[in-house]
Write a new protein. Structure first.
Length: 371
């Protein structure tokens, strides 16, 4: 049977110990690595590691960068292979572009969520509910690494003791806060975690939208406007930006972008799209950037009277992305481009930008050069 074993790489041979079961697969840990991959390297982070049957240390490995034991080019090759295989199931493997690497593989992360029980500070260990204390984190930006060190200097901290029903207190850090200004348990607005990759995503979307002549754009899951400003600058005739998290939408509203209307709506509620189209009847382009769950609600997304000419789907989860793209294909859309990006080096995570266009037979296309 298939065994899921962290800490192994394709092509390696190992003796493993079965520790449990997940669905039809076994769960295991490495007892002895027999034939290592040529792609295997020594991880730079001292907190990196996986449980082994012969482990002597009581230290809890972080597990936050599970691919750090492999060369970066090999990581990229595996991610490219995975995206191509997923879209091959949809008959769209030819649309997949080469993955864009992160300019930095360390020091790139502009935000992180730490956890503390008042005595320790760190991350939740992969595949467990244990707190893995960390002295440092190499993937954090310099500013965030300094914040982490300053927070550690405050231990023990009675203010970070969790309530009885909780295991720990959440400490969200980013480059806008310091150890002195951070508020424990306060949820910040979502932001893309890798500045360089986010800039590439914005440029990709801007380039796509510049093909259109003042399109009317519906933007779903707009957050505080990471892509709304791009849509606006690309010459959209009108943008309706929809978001369910009110504080984020308020920050977008404070920018007072001309030609941008906002709507607070739970995009996971039944009938939400019908309510949106009651406010604005027609749109030329759909832009959406959902969370990992993708489109929990799909019914009614594509208007029947005037379907979108093009859809730009920004995804952080390949499985839910492919599920939603298959639904859109059944509604008359074709995948014309898939651009993978490596937003999180040393992890299996893949960011994807997908362009879909309406079949000519399904509806009238929006006039645009090059389409």
């Amino acid at each position: 049977m298939v065994a899921l074993v962290p800490g192994l790489w394709p092509g390696e041979t190992a003796e493993i110990r079965i520790t449990g079961k997940k669905g039809r697969a076994a769960l295991g840990e490495v007892k002895e690595l027999l034939e290592p991959s040529a792609d295997r390297i020594q991880p730079e982070c001292p907190h990196h590691g996986f449980a082994t049957a012969t482990a002597q240390s009581n230290a809890v490995p972080c597990g936050g960068c599970p691919w750090q034991f492999v060369r970066y080019d090999a990581q990229l090759a595996q991610k490219q292979k995975r995206v191509t295989e997923y879209f091959d199931r949809l008959g769209a493997a030819d649309a997949v572009k080469p993955i864009q690497a992160s300019p930095q593989i360390y020091g790139y992360r502009n935000r992180a969520q730490l956890k503390s029980d008042g005595r320790r500070l760190g991350f939740v260990a992969e595949g467990s509910r244990q707190l893995a204390p960390v002295d440092d984190c190499l993937i954090l930006s310099d500013k965030n690494r300094q914040t982490l060190r300053s927070l550690r200097a405050q231990l023990p901290n009675p203010a970070w003791r969790p309530a009885k029903a909780q295991q720990w207190v959440k400490l969200d850090i980013d480059e806008s806060v310091s150890a002195d200004t951070l508020l424990a348990g306060q949820r910040p607005a979502f932001r893309q975690a890798n500045n360089a990759i986010n800039l590439r995503m914005q440029k990709w979307l801007a380039h796509k939208l510049q093909q259109y002549d003042a399109p009317r754009v519906l933007e779903l899951f707009c957050g505080d406007g990471n892509f709304t400003g791009v849509i606006n600058a690309a010459g959209a005739g009108l943008t309706l930006a929809v978001e369910g998290f009110a504080p984020a939408l308020e920050r977008l509203q404070s920018r007072a972008l001309n030609g941008v209307d906002t709507l607070h709506a739970n995009l996971f509620s039944e009938g939400v799209f019908e309510r949106i189209y009651q406010q604005e009847k027609q749109f030329d382009v759909l832009v959406l950037d959902p969370p990992r769950e993708g489109l929990k609600v799909y019914e009614g997304l594509v208007p029947r009277t005037k379907p979108f000419s093009a859809i730009y789907y920004i995804s952080c989860d390949i499985a839910t992305l492919v599920r939603d793209v298959a639904r859109l294909q059944s509604d008359g859309y074709s995948v014309t481009e898939v651009q993978p990006l490596d937003q999180f080096p040393h992890t299996p995570h893949i960011e994807c930008l997908v362009e879909m266009q309406l079949h000519k037979s399904r509806g009238k296309r929006h006039s645009a050069p090059g389409l």
